[in-house]
Design a binder for this molecule. Sequence first.
Ligand code: PMP
Length: 295
Amino acid sequence: MSSPKVYVAGKLYEKSEAKVSVFDHGLLYGDGVFEGIRAYNGRVFRLVRHVDRLFDSARAIHLKIPMSPGGMARAIVDTLAANGLVDAYIRVVVTRGSGSLGLDPRKTTDPQVIVITDAIALYPAELYDHGLKIITAGTMRNHPAALNPRVKSLNYLNNIMAKIEATNAGCLEALMLNARGEVAECTGDNIFVVKRGVVSTPSVESGILEGITREAVIELARARGLEVRERPLDRHDVYTADECFLTGTAAEVIPVVMCDGRALGDGAPGPISRDLRSRFHELVRSEPQDPIPPV
Ligand code: PMP
């Protein structure tokens, strides 16, 4: 296979040649936004939702993306095609651009649009069969009044701090609470619990990223007649859940069988988690790609 090509500001570069300035505020201050997207069978899953979320994130930090949503969708699809990938993970990054040292975004000139496509690196396959163990991180999720978790910004240190706690505890994911001590989400995934057949997940008011996988799983659960509640959850709801699972573009739907050393339910992936996982699989493999909006 030829070497990977990376899209940077309108052109494709060899991986080793794909670069941005060290004066880019994306590097200096984490000033920028990003998206994580997947393609299945050559079709980008929920392309328009991801592009919309990227533009919303950018708008929220007062960053003008130097192309239209249609142009962005086209850049994503073209980069995927240039790399000959059909099943892939796609990372889109928009930086504030390079400028002088100093926070003021007005001192920057050239926001960089980057599209990286890669083979998918996932949790080990056996975890989908046996379930994940997580811990609650001491690091709380960003307060929405500080940096709203709805913004998928390049400032992921909050989640990285929690991820370090997880790995130090021998886990792959950590549960993050909000400033009220309620369950928010995990470092890179949304969380769901199932109790007596009812599926619950924190709502946006709990301070979460509005995950696109979360949205798809809510639709799937409702379509099969399950009640889904978006409501505040606390750790009691997790510890006493019959089932628990996480959703995310990279992880898809992954069961959680232990939290803070406590077995959840009977300590094995439950039937609703397994069913929603397989329905999600079917969905991503059958849903047509969104038409590309006008450029
Ligand atoms: N929460 C956080 C903090 C994330 O980084 C992600 C991954 N983008 C998610 C939730 C899941 O979102 P999605 O399903 O859109 O990938």
